[in-house]
Design a binder for this molecule. Structure first.
Ligand SMILES: Nc1ncnc2c1ncn2[C@@H]1O[C@H](COP(=O)(O)OP(=O)(O)OP(=O)(O)O)[C@@H](O)[C@H]1O
Ligand SMILES: [Mg+2]
Length: 447
């Protein structure tokens, strides 16, 4: 009997890649050895640079990229760098294929919703908005039902003020979450779109600037007139935003949102509406990027569905990442490169990543440590680099935080070899833990 080690949805997400600011290329799309938080992996970065150019020029819609390479070689890192290079106006959705399997909705429904999150519509029109300076923001925080150590807002009370008026609203947890993500606080001048719940920060108010002396942010005048008003502006919403708004028959600003299935009829109606806007010159389509990490977790049904979606006139650019060689396509007995059906592979440009040498591992660890405010002495860095070479870069990166905890326990400010060793003794990397499971297979409960 063999034991399958199920992959747990990764919460590393942005955290593990927070040091990455871009692809680190020069004007000629040549990779600088170390730049924007990225080290080495020159060919893949330069290829990614070309992809960014093609996306910006609108020449990639409905096509795809596969980033293939062994684990810990920076596939996710490069995808994150691509999203940084694309900037805010092009939607970039980052999911792990495991997220398509949930109890809340069918997997194909989850996929289509994700695809539609990656298609933007740039709209120019008059919108009903709330505009003003945030003068009161009270978040009602509750434990996250999926992760009780984390707190999320359930609802909030928001007070907005213009020069002439002040109004208080109770807002949904979803909108409050947007506030948290965007770091919106008292003193910011913002606009909230009443239909889509989109929040735009214009800057700090002059009044707040005088009070707190904040540097580095745009200072703006507090708007005049009413808080609730009509305003003409241009912005990008996603097809999924529009689907949700329409499913609720208008505004979702003041409602609690739950993830749920959306009728195809609603999506068709949204598509028709968007097409009409485009024809009337009020909107344009902005195909964004859908990055599906851990692609081998997709099954044949999802692949087939995605292939069809990519042929439609409204399709995002798909980036897949795989660390598998030849593997069975999930849900079949067919073995294919990366576990990806051949008809899909045919339309993908492939970027490969290569294992790092010692020097690169060391540099990456230094950058990661710097990003987390961790100081290592030379021997500790050497030890960690060795572990990175012997086990994996990912493992070495993950040991940084526990090693730092041990340093703090000693009242030390710098991480020493002993701290790294202590961390490495306590935490296994994947190959160690899977060997361990294999050894004890007969004694452990079958799955
Ligand atoms: N070239 C690089 N420069 C800087 N940091 C890097 C580089 N490559 C990887 N990293 C960092 O090393 C860690 C592991 O890399 P990453 O998660 O991107 O690997 P991966 O190829 O996606 O692995 P897997 O196949 O297991 O998903 C991450 O913290 C990542 O940000
Ligand atoms: Mg990855």
């Amino acid at each position: 009997m063999s034991v399958e080690i199920r992959e747990v949805a990764k919460f590393e997400r942005i955290g593990a890649h927070s040091h990455i600011r871009g692809l680190g290329l020069d004007e000629n799309l040549k990779a600088k050895p170390v730049a924007d938080g990225l080290v080495g992996q020159v060919r893949a970065r330069e290829a990614a640079g070309v992809v960014v150019r093609l996306i910006k020029a609108g020449k990639m819609a409905g096509r795809g990229i596969l980033i293939a390479g062994p684990t810990g070689t920076g596939k996710t890192a490069i995808a994150v760098a691509i999203s940084k290079e694309l900037g805010k106006d092009i939607p970039f959705v980052h999911v792990s294929a495991s997220e398509f399997y949930s109890t809340e909705m069918k997997k194909t429904e989850a996929l289509i919703q994700t695809i539609r999150k990656a298609i933007g519509v740039r709209i120019r029109e008059k919108r009903d908005v709330l505009e003003g300076e945030v003068v009161g923001l009270d978040l009602n925080m509750v434990p996250n039902p999926y992760n009780p150590t984390q707190k999320i807002p359930e609802s909030a009370t928001l007070t907005l003020a213009t020069k002439d008026e002040r109004k208080t609203f109770s807002i949904s947890g979803r909108l409050a979450m947007t506030f948290l993500y965007q770091g919106i606080e008292v003193g910011d001048v913002i606009i909230i779109d009443k239909e889509t719940g989109r929040v735009t920060k214009l800057g700090k108010s002059e009044k707040a600037e005088k009070k707190y002396d904040i540097g580095g942010e745009d200072i703006v005048e507090v708007p005049a007139g009413k808080v609730e008003k009509e305003r003409e502006f241009t912005y990008v919403v996603t097809l999924h935003d529009l689907d949700e708004a329409n499913a609720r028959g208008g505004s979702f600003l003041f409602m609690l949102s739950t993830s749920r299935e959306i009728d195809n009829e609603i999506r068709n109606a949204v598509d028709e509406k968007v097409k009409r806007w485009v024809e009337e010159g009020r909107a344009e389509l902005v195909p964004g990027v859908l990055f599906i990490d851990e692609t081998h977790l997709m099954d044949i049904e999802l692949f087939t569905f995605m292939n069809r979606a990519m042929e439609s006139e409204m399709a995002p650019i798909i980036i897949l990442a795989s660390n598998r060689g030849f593997a069975k396509i999930r849900g079949t007995d067919i073995v294919a490169p990366h576990g990806i059906p051949l008809d899909l592979l045919d339309r993908l440009l492939i970027i490969t990543t290569e294992p790092y040498g010692e020097e690169e591992i060391k540099l990456i660890l230094e950058i990661r440590a710097g990003e987390s405010g961790i100081v290592l002495d030379d021997d500790a860095l050497k030890k960690l680099t060795d572990l990175g070479v012997k086990n994996s870069l990912r493992y070495a990166v993950q040991l940084l935080a526990p090693a730092y905890e041990f340093a703090k326990l000693r009242n030390g400010k710098t991480v020493k070899t002993e701290d790294v060793e202590r961390a490495a003794r306590l935490f296994a990397d994947v190959s160690q833990s899977s060997n361990y499971l294999r050894k004890w297979e007969e004694k452990m409960l079958p799955m």
